[in-house]
Write a new protein. Structure first.
Length: 154
């Protein structure tokens, strides 16, 4: 399985092990490095924190895409397509490790993530009452809310 950003899923290195990225946007600034370096470090930390949540979105999207229900329900199929579009847009900036561009694109595409999340939460009970679908809806809500929270501080 390939991620939209390249040949590795979000938050993994080329050898498929989790890497040791920071999970927050806090930095330890050095007064001699200047503000631009601190801002870049903060953007990079924010990118990594958002990407940690994108990994959860990826798993929900994959679950939905491969569900039998997605082939039978156009609204559900649109949810997994919109989630993919959100993640695909972030891929080039992630590959380039360009935190500023990543955050800018994430802000621009956030409405697509919000809409897909809201639609899935709305239709999930009609699609399936199975625990897997309930947990997927909850997981997507939590990840989307955290992404939005992280982008508010940017």
């Amino acid at each position: 399985m390939n991620s939209p950003a390249g040949n590795t899923p979000p938050n993994s290195t080329s050898d498929n092990t989790l890497d040791d990225r920071p999970t927050g946007s806090s930095t330890t600034g050095n007064s001699t490095t200047g503000d631009s370096s601190s801002a870049a470090d903060a953007a990079d930390g924010l990118m990594q924190a958002i990407d940690d949540q994108v990994a959860h979105v990826w798993m929900v999207r994959t679950f939905l895409k491969h569900s039998d229900e997605a082939s039978e329900d156009e609204e559900l199929a649109s949810v997994h397509r919109d989630l993919y579009d959100f993640m695909l847009a972030l891929g080039p900036a992630l590959d380039a490790q360009d935190g500023d561009a990543y955050v800018k694109i994430a802000k621009k595409k956030l409405s697509k993530l919000r809409r897909a999340t809201a639609l899935f939460v709305e239709i999930q009970p009609e699609v399936s009452g199975h625990t897997n679908f309930k947990m997927a809806a909850r997981s997507l809500q939590l990840a989307a809310a955290r992404i939005e929270q992280l982008l508010q501080v940017a």
